[in-house]
Design a binder for this molecule. Structure first.
Ligand code: CTP
Length: 220
């Protein structure tokens, strides 16, 4: 790996889940722990990058002179900061598990269980990766993630093109130990130019090293 490739580069990383509020005590969320994004942040900061970590609610903490952390809760908050920070960034890596939908209405007071069947309308959240894909210049690099359960390669490749990313890190829910509840992950990296790299199951810290090495070797 070219160890100075990331030195002083501004890198935006999204990590963790988003919480979409229903009322003062409830939200819609997911099982993401944020480990993958935090491992990437730490790896890149150690290589001299200026990391901007936009994190949904997680139990993780991170402290490094090269890392600025933005704590957000909802997809809309994550969207706002990612779009703002991407403008003068070199690279963005979108590893967050962003909720695709949010409740249409927020209840100021706790929803009481008066109904036998409760219907909650959900509206689509903006797609952060796709927005950055629309805004990116030829000098910027955009890496997305894909979590798939079937037709993994085909779906992930479609996602790569649809969202105008330069590469997609695919993890399949069919691989034991992979995905967001685990501290290990099994990934493939699909490059826009068509090459595919496959990696065995590893600890997320080692996976972060593989991703970082793959970026530095294929995009300089
Ligand atoms: N993503 C995002 N903003 C969203 C939804 C997803 O930035 N509102 C990003 C994720 O961070 C990830 C990539 O898009 O880098 C793929 O996310 P995934 O949930 O696998 O795909 P979706 O676009 O939600 O497609 P689908 O759920 O239909 O597979």
């Amino acid at each position: 790996m070219q160890t100075d490739y990331f030195k002083s580069k501004k890198i935006v990383i999204s990590a963790g889940p988003t919480y979409e509020k229903l009322d003062p005590v409830r939200f819609i969320g997911n099982y993401s722990t944020g480990k993958m994004g935090y491992a990437l942040a730490s790896e890149l900061a150690n290589l001299g990058a200026e990391v901007h970590l936009v994190s949904g609610p997680t139990a993780l903490t991170i402290q490094h002179p090269n890392i600025t952390v933005y704590h957000v809760e909802s997809a809309l908050e994550m969207y706002e900061i990612c779009v703002r920070e991407f403008k003068d960034a070199h690279i963005a890596i979108m590893s967050a598990a962003v909720a695709d939908y949010r409740p249409q209405h927020y209840n100021d007071v706790k929803i009481k269980k008066n109904e036998e069947v409760l219907t909650i309308n959900l509206v689509k959240n903006p797609d952060i990766l796709a927005t950055l894909g629309q805004q990116k210049t030829s000098a910027q690099l955009l890496i997305g993630f894909a979590l798939e359960t079937h037709n993994e390669l085909e779906n992930a490749t479609n996602k790569l093109h649809r969202k105008n990313a330069d590469a997609i890190v695919l993890n399949s829910l069919n691989d034991a130990g992979a995905g967001f509840k685990h501290s290990t992950n099994k990934i493939s990296i699909i490059l826009k130019k068509g090459r595919i790299f496959e990696f065995p199951l590893k600890d997320k810290t080692a996976v972060a090293k593989d991703i970082v090495t793959c970026i530095s070797e294929n995009f300089n």
